[in-house]
Design a protein around this ligand. Structure first.
Ligand code: TXA
Ligand code: MG
Length: 364
């Protein structure tokens, strides 16, 4: 379905245009094309430092509705509003607490989203009907150039179909959304790999709603007090003995394959995964394993993917979503994932893996 190039457009898939763009020095003509689409109420997928986002004019309700439709996103799930300069803050937020400025000084631009009370100019379509608005200033040059050139704040959820792993490359976006959106800016793989951390500043103390690229520890050091929403570390389902029972309800970040997360001390974890891999393969299932470098050679009879070293979880964060998609493409039936400590980026990666597993978690 790839059609030949027209000037300035690298390719087109099912009517969605794709432009390759330099992540460090985005070509201004390409940014202008994308910004024109945003200003006219269209949809553009673009890279941020975390994951690719699906953008539209945040102040135009009809444009924002196109995002919900393309993603098949439930209308009560609010969308983050992206800005490229501080000028917009007082226009979007009704009250801007001191903590906002503290976090702004330390973490913006970057993988942090802050929730404030919303002003009247923010359409309630964008906020999923809430009276609060989530705001983020991304550091990726393509993202900030696009926002600046569009001259409006850009509403952008992750550019995946609802329920699927977030996209860290343009190919992931094409797989989910080609034919549903106007344009994709392809700047190669993103750097952080998990989405931004979401912090609600309308409560005292502030509350982390979603762990992400900015760590709990870093935020707490600046804020003094920071509570964690119970969903951040939820293991909704009780610990499952042998996680073969199908049809667990809520799934998110989910590949097509069944995911089982194994948590515990590294040696016991490896032993359990070896045992499970053997059982599943003898049942005729194709097994994928998400493992750390330290234990990768312990496994056989499986498609093994590395999350990097357990000592530095940056690589795990960067790769987790794309490895889930890769294993799907390789046709595995079951993915067995090694757990990790919930410190630093480990809090975000474990949160994503627990959700991807539909809470099929084995603690040993
Ligand atoms: O890194 C990211 O945050 C990426 C890139 C594109 O910026 N965006 C992203 O958006 O992950 P999305 O829609 O996939 O996730 C946004 C999260 C959702 O969990 C949503 O419920 C929450 O932020 N959120 C948005 N607005 C909110 C609000 N007003 N109050 C509470 N939570 C909110
Ligand atoms: Mg998302």
């Amino acid at each position: 379905m790839v059609t030949p190039r027209s000037p300035g457009i690298d390719s087109e898939v099912k009517g969605t245009k794709i432009i390759r763009i330099d992540p460090s020095r985005p070509e201004i003509e390409s940014i202008r094309k994308a910004a024109n689409i945003i200003r006219k109420g269209g949809t553009v997928a673009f890279p941020t430092e975390t994951v690719y986002g699906l953008g539209a004019d945040a102040l135009n309700p009809e444009a924002v509705m196109k995002i919900f439709k393309a993603k098949e996103r439930p209308p009560d799930n609010p969308i983050i509003v992206h800005i490229s300069s501080g000028d917009w803050i007082r226009r979007l937020g009704r009250e801007v607490p001191r903590n906002f400025w503290k976090l702004n000084d330390r973490f913006w631009p970057g993988p942090l989203t802050m929730v404030l009370r919303a002003s009247d100019i923010v359409p309630r379509v964008t906020t999923g009907g809430l009276d609060t608005v989530a705001i983020r200033m991304p550091s990726h040059r393509v993202a900030s150039a696009l926002i600046q050139e569009s001259a409006v704040p850009i509403a952008a959820p992750s550019a995946n179909l609802a329920g699927r792993p977030s996209p860290t490359t343009a190919e992931h976006v094409i797989n989910d959304l080609a034919g549903r959106i106007d344009l994709i800016l392809d700047a190669g793989p993103t750097n952080v790999g998990v989405e931004s951390t979401v912090v609600d500043l309308t409560t005292d103390p502030p509350m982390m709603l979603r762990p992400g690229g900015t760590t709990y520890e870093e935020l707490r050091d600046v804020l003094g007090g920071l509570s964690l929403h119970p969903s951040v570390q939820a293991r909704t389902e009780p610990h499952i003995e042998r996680a073969l029972s199908p049809g667990m309800k809520y799934r998110h970040y989910a590949p097509k394959a069944e995911v089982i997360l194994i948590e515990g001390n590294p040696d016991a974890m490896v032993g359990k995964i070896r045992e499970l891999a053997k059982e599943y393969s003898s049942d005729g299932k194709k097994v994928g394993i998400l493992a750390f470098e330290e234990s990768i050679y312990e496994y056989s009879n499986a498609t093994v993917k590395s999350m990097g070293s357990m000592v530095d979880l940056k690589t795990a964060a960067k790769r987790v979503f794309s490895l889930l998609r890769e294993l799907d493409e390789e046709g595995v039936d079951v993915i067995l994932a090694e757990g990790m400590p919930e410190r630093g980026l480990g809090l975000a990666v474990m949160n994503r893996l627990r959700k991807a597993s539909g809470y099929r978690i084995m603690e040993i």
